[in-house]
Design a protein. Structure first.
Length: 668
């Protein structure tokens, strides 16, 4: 728990960094932005917003009272002693804290006397708060200041009688504790409780924050909620330790995010389907995203067009994710990843300028044309790095200082490159000058079909050249290539991919067949060649009617994706053909006799398994999303995976692919 109530100075830093507009009290506009007086001005929403920004929360009533009264003590007979009435003990002393009697000069012993004082000339000097920590003799047994007087403090709980469940939620009043400068001794007792409307604006209510204690990791499945809290606190701690320039960068991020998201609700609205826009802040190899989902909406995937910003659907796909209904509104550290097309540069250019002014390292991942435009408009700057595609659809990435050209393009190799670069190697770039940084990038989602005759037929250019081979022998050849590439990129992770590659190659060899590797997102906009190969899946009941043209009879297909993809896949697959399909997918229940099934977390949404083709190699992973970014550990998997519902989602997928296939390989 914070030793002091959040001060005006701290609250001003929050509003400056985020652009948050606090609720104002009547004509009061210029409440002190400096100093160490309690801040917040009474509105619970403002207090909650600060806590989210700071990676903390409000205390529960139980936490607050425990911090005020101290741990229970026992007498000589082993019986619990009564806890003290006030933080300093049982005896009232008006000089030990900021209260109405302290300002009056003697104890106010009647309601009439208090009213006369409160309505008197002293009122012109409101608020009568003092600097936090001004009454050191009133500290609680845990060394926490001002838990009696100065300002009421909001708690998480709703205000109801104690004979209810923990953290009741069926009241319009919210609890606050501790009393204020305007109260008498009765309300300054540690046990005193008061309820107030969340929107009650006044000059005598503030708040303090609590942070969850770090708990040692234990073996077995991780409590997703606790893991999420730990992850959030870890990120915020690392951010705080990394640089003092973060406020400027966070401010720029929020400004950029607001341009896209429209927090006033013009863009986001409740309905049968909703979406989450996820501006992602990346620094030191850490990704932390902010979720936006309309209240009352169901999780879904909806076509997004923003006429004002001219951001078409398929170019915002990198920002759009599924998230459970009410759980996508709290995560708060933001920076924005841009698609590199011309219309997005109008946002990328001013953001890059502001970041560079803050001496941040800016890495722009995009086309050569967009990078040239960015460099021209921003001007020469040693902290601006551009990483460009030398060949538009499926080319080779050339990065200055990189040991070797890396295969890229709209393919699995590109996704592996992005993962490695962002999650592993970006830290080296960002720590080059001990600065925070921003990677402005886009995630490509498209299938990569390694079947040379079909590639030729549909004019699909692979990201790297594969020597043409006969069907039935492609698996080993392809895996040899991908193993080499992965080995160069991932370094420390290569052994996992090697095992995954070996297992898949062996599976393909035993079945004497080639196989197709599909990554979630079969979208015509990302396919060089025939744009009519697939229909846009967001335009209705278009379940990939052309998929059978790509997957040949008896092929082994490794399918990675969300749970709606296998359903659509199932509708296109001829169940009379003996296809073996490895489905890594999000589900809420295990299918009959799966090869492996792991589950963790909270309910996501159901999948109908009766539509899926039967086979013994299907793998279903339930990753039910949680409220916060979380460290997930699926039972039976050798390592935890990092899930942030953003680019690091790929980390989950590839840990699951490698680890699950490795586990299956041992079972064979």
């Amino acid at each position: 728990m914070y030793r002091y109530e959040v001060t005006n100075s701290q609250y001003h830093k929050f509003t400056t960094a985020t652009g948050h507009r606090p609720h104002l009290i009547g004509r009061v506009r210029n409440i002190s932005r400096a100093g160490r007086s309690p801040g917040g001005r009474g509105h619970l929403g403002d207090a909650t917003a600060y806590c989210r920004w700071a990676g903390t929360s409000l205390p529960s009533e139980a936490q607050w009272e425990y911090a005020a009264r101290g741990a229970a003590k026992k007498d000589a007979q082993g019986k619990l002693k009564p806890s003290p009435a006030f933080p300093w003990g049982n005896n009232w002393d008006r000089t030990l804290c900021n209260n109405s009697s302290y300002h009056f000069g003697s104890d106010l012993l009647s309601a009439k006397a208090w009213t006369k004082w409160y309505e008197g000339k002293q009122k012109v000097n409101y608020p009568l708060t003092t600097k936090v920590g001004s009454f050191p003799r009133s500290r609680s047994p845990f060394g926490i200041d001002d838990m009696a007087g100065n300002a009421w403090e909001w708690c998480l709980d709703y205000q109801l009688p104690y004979q209810t469940d923990t953290l009741p939620t069926k009241s319009t009043l919210r609890s606050r504790r501790g009393g204020s400068w305007a109260n008498v001794a009765l309300h300054l007792r540690s046990a005193d409780r008061q309820g107030a409307p969340a929107g009650n604006l006044n000059l005598y209510t503030g708040f303090r924050c609590v942070m969850p204690a770090d708990k040692p990791r234990t073996s077995g499945p991780v409590d997703v909620q606790q893991a999420g809290d730990r992850f959030v606190n870890f990120v915020l701690k690392e951010i705080k330790n990394a640089t003092k320039r973060l406020p400027g960068i966070t401010r720029a991020a929020n400004r950029a995010a607001d341009r896209i998201v429209h927090l006033d609700g013009n863009l986001l609205s409740a309905g049968d389907q909703s979406f989450s826009l996820e501006p992602v802040w990346r620094a030191g190899g850490i990704a932390f995203s902010r979720q936006y989902t309309p209240e009352g909406s169901a999780a879904g995937f909806k076509k997004l067009d923003s006429p004002e910003d001219k951001v078409p659907y398929y170019r915002t796909k990198g920002f759009v994710e599924h998230f459970t209904v009410k759980k996508a509104t709290a995560n708060d550290v933001v920076l924005l990843g841009f698609e590199n097309e011309t219309e997005e540069l109008k946002h990328a250019i001013p953001l890059a300028r502001e970041l560079l002014t803050a001496k941040a390292l800016v890495i722009f991942f995009g086309s050569a044309k967009a990078a040239a435009r960015l460099q021209k408009d921003v001007g020469p700057n040693r902290n601006l790095m551009t990483i460009t595609h030398t060949v538009p659809d499926g080319g080779v990435l050339s990065v200055k200082g990189w040991p070797k050209k890396i295969c890229s393009g709209r393919s699995i190799a590109n996704r592996l490159y992005l993962w490695a670069f962002e999650a592993e190697l970006i830290g080296a770039f960002l720590r080059r000058d001990r600065m925070p940084g921003i990677l402005l990038s886009v995630t490509y989602e498209s299938p990569q079909i390694f079947n040379q005759p079909l590639l030729n037929k549909y004019k699909f250019v692979p990201a790297f050249n594969i020597t043409p081979v006969q069907e039935g022998k492609l698996g080993r050849t392809y895996l040899g290539h991908i193993d080499q590439i992965v080995g160069r990129i991932l370094d420390g992770q290569r052994h996992k991919f090697r095992k995954a590659a070996s297992w898949l190659a062996e599976a393909a060899r035993k079945k004497r067949t080639s196989y197709a590797l599909l990554i979630h997102g079969l979208d015509p906009e990302n396919l060089p060649g025939d744009p009519g190969l697939f229909k846009v899946f967001s335009e209705g009941n278009a379940y990939y009617p052309q998929l059978d043209k790509l997957i040949q009879p008896d092929d082994v297909a490794l399918f990675v994706g969300y749970n709606w993809y296998p359903r659509r896949l199932a509708r296109t697959v001829d169940k009379g053909k003996a296809r073996q399909i490895l489905c890594f997918t999000l589900v809420d229940q295990a299918p009959p006799n799966p090869a492996l099934y792991g589950e963790v977390g909270e309910l996501y949404h159901p999948t109908s398994f009766d539509q899926l083709p039967q086979g013994d190699n299907r793998i279903y992973i339930d990753l039910r999303f949680a409220q916060y970014n979380a460290v997930l550990k699926v039972p039976g998997f050798p390592v935890p995976a990092l899930e942030t519902s953003s680019f690091a989602e790929d980390v989950v997928y590839w840990h699951l692919v490698a680890d699950t296939v490795e586990l299956l390989g041992k079972k064979k």
